[in-house]
Ligand binder design. Structure first.
Ligand SMILES: Nc1nc2c(c(=O)[nH]1)N[C@H]1C(S)=C(S)[C@@H](COP(=O)(O)O)O[C@H]1N2
Ligand SMILES: [Mo]
Length: 414
C-alpha cells in the first residue's frame, strides 16, 4: 500500500509539479553550497586559533588564501548565502509536500536498490532541514548548538551535497521528462476549475484517488513564490544597508545602531561584551609583538603615526552588512614594521574582551599588506564610539565581520 485511501488526495501532486520545484532548487542549492564553502575559506580556518573545531580534515582540501579585493566580496557572498537560504525555505517545504506520501511508503523497501535510494533520500531531506534550521537559528542569535555552528553547518553541507549529487544522478532524467510533459505556459494559464491530476506515473507521485482541486498549480506555485518573495523583501535590506536596512523586519539586528557618524549597525555593544571604561581609558596601551622586545603605544602615539583613510563595509557572517564607512587609522603593515616584523606571515589580534569566540582572530599576510587594512581609531570623521571598538579596532577589506576585532589590545606578528 502506498497511499491510504482518502489520504494524500491532492490532485496537484505529480512529476511536473515536483520537477518545477526541483528545478528551482537545482539552481539555488549549489549557490548556497558554494557561497558557504567560500565563507568558510574567508575565515582563514587554517591559521592558528581561527577554527575553534579544527577537525575538518579532508573537507578543508579546497581552502585558499582569501583575497582582500574587491572590498565588497565577503559582503556579496554572505548577503547571497543568507538571503537566498531564507528565500528557499518555502520552495523546500513545497517540494517536501509534493513528495510527502512517499515518505510513508510501507514496506520501507522491496529491493536493495530501493533501500539505498530511500537511504539517500533520508540523508537529503534530513540534511536540508538541518542546514536551513541551523542557519536560521544562527542568524536569529539562537546559539543552541551542541558544538560549534561552523563545524555542524559545514559537515551538514557536505552530507547534503553528497546526497544531492546522488539524487540528481538518479532523478535528473525523470525531472527533464516531467518538465517536457507539460507546456509550462498552458499550466500557468489553468485555473482551479480546470486543474486535473497528472496521469498515473511510475514513481507514484500522483494520488491514486485524487480529490477535486481546491487551488490550481499556478496558484500553488504563486503562493510559494510569494512566500519566498516576502521573505526576501523582509531580509535583503540587512545586506543592502543604508536606508533599506529599515525594511529588514525579519533581522534581529535592527535594534542597536549608534549615534551621529557612528550611526551604523552594532553587533555587540561594549556593555554586553563587558568592556569597562577602565580597560579602554587613559591606561589603555596597544602592545605590538614581533621578533624583538614588545612595543607599547598609547592612543596619542598611534594618532601621531601616519594616518590613512579606507572606505570599507562591515559584513557579518550572519548576513547583515553596512554600506562603506570611512575609517581612519594606522596601516597594519606600518605596525608590522614597527614591531620589526615586516615579513610576518600572520598576525594574531587580541581584544581587551575576556574570552569568547570574538575576542581574537588571526589575519594572513595578504591582509596585513593591503594598504586599506587599518587599525582604525576614527570612523566617519570622529573617534570610534565605544560600541564600534574604541580605542582601536581592526578593519580589513573583504574580511568577515567577526575578524574585524574591536577593542584591540595586542597584535602579535609571526
Ligand atoms: N572584540 C570583539 N570584536 C568584535 C566582535 C565582538 O563581539 N568582540 N564582534 C565581531 C562581529 S561578529 C562583527 S560582525 C563586527 C561588527 O562590528 P560593529 O559592531 O562595529 O558593526 O565586529 C566584530 N568584532
Ligand atoms: Mo558578525
Amino acid at each position: 500500500m502506498t497511499h491510504g485511501p482518502g489520504r494524500w488526495r491532492s490532485p496537484l501532486r505529480g512529476p511536473w509539479f515536483t520537477a518545477v520545484l526541483g528545478l528551482v532548487l537545482l539552481v539555488a542549492m549549489p549557490v548556497l553550497f558554494l557561497t558557504g564553502l567560500l565563507s568558510y575559506a574567508a575565515y582563514n580556518p587554517d591559521l592558528p586559533g581561527n577554527d575553534l573545531t579544527p577537525g575538518r580534515g579532508l573537507l578543508g582540501f579546497y581552502l585558499f588564501d582569501w583575497p582582500t579585493r574587491p572590498v565588497w566580496l565577503y559582503r556579496l557572498n554572505q548577503g547571497v548565502h543568507v538571503t537566498l537560504g531564507i528565500a528557499t525555505v518555502p520552495v523546500v517545504l513545497a517540494k517536501l509536500w509534493s513528495v510527502l506520501p512517499k515518505l510513508f511508503v510501507w514496506p520501507p523497501a522491496r529491493s536493495l536498490a530501493q533501500a539505498l535510494d530511500r537511504a539517500s533520500l533520508f540523508l537529503l531531506v534530513g540534511s536540508v532541514i538541518f542546514e536551513l534550521a541551523t542557519g536560521i537559528m544562527n542568524i536569529q542569535y539562537w546559539y543552541a548548538f551542541p558544538g560549534s555552528f561552523y563545524a555542524l553547518h559545514l559537515y551538514g553541507a557536505w552530507v547534503f551535497i553528497a546526497a544531492l549529487a546522488a539524487h540528481v544522478a538518479l532523478r535528473l532524467p525523470l525531472m527533464i521528462r516531467a518538465l517536457r510533459s507539460h507546456s509550462r505556459r498552458a499550466e500557468l494559464r489553468t485555473g482551479t476549475a480546470r486543474t486535473r491530476p497528472e496521469p498515473p506515473d511510475l514513481h507514484d507521485l500522483v494520488a491514486p484517488d485524487p480529490g477535486p482541486a481546491t487551488i490550481s498549480r499556478r496558484g500553488a506555485l504563486g503562493l510559494v513564490g510569494a512566500g519566498s518573495g516576502v521573505l526576501l523583501a523582509l531580509t535583503a535590506g540587512q545586506s543592502l544597508g543604508g536606508p533599506l536596512r529599515h525594511t529588514a523586519l525579519l533581522a534581529p539586528r535592527g535594534q542597536v545602531l549608534g549615534d551621529g557618524p557612528n550611526d551604523f549597525q552594532i553587533n555587540k555593544t561594549a556593555a554586553s561584551a563587558g568592556i569597562t571604561a577602565a580597560a579602554t581609558g587613559p591606561a589603555w596601551r596597544l602592545e605590538l609583538r614581533g621578533p624583538g622586545a614588545p612595543v607599547l603605544l598609547d592612543r596619542a602615539e598611534l594618532l601621531a603615526l601616519p594616518q590613512h583613510d579606507a572606505q570599507l563595509p562591515i559584513a557579518c557572517v550572519e548576513g547583515w552588512s553596512t554600506t562603506d564607512q570611512s575609517w581612519t587609522g594606522v596601516r597594519l603593515a606600518d605596525l608590522a614594521d614597527l614591531a620589526g616584523a615586516g615579513d610576518a606571515a600572520m598576525v594574531r589580534v587580541e581584544s581587551v574582551e575576556q574570552g569568547g569566540a570574538f575576542a581574537a582572530a588571526s589575519l594572513r599576510r595578504n591582509q596585513i599588506l593591503d594598504p586599506a587594512s587599518l587599525l582604525a581609531l576614527r570612523v566617519n570623521g570622529v573617534d570610534l564610539s565605544p560600541d564600534h571598538g574604541f580605542p582601536a579596532r581592526v578593519i580589513v577589506p573583504a574580511n568577515p565581520g567577526v575578524h574585524n576585532t574591536k577593542w584591540v589590545t595586542r597584535l602579535s606578528f609571526r
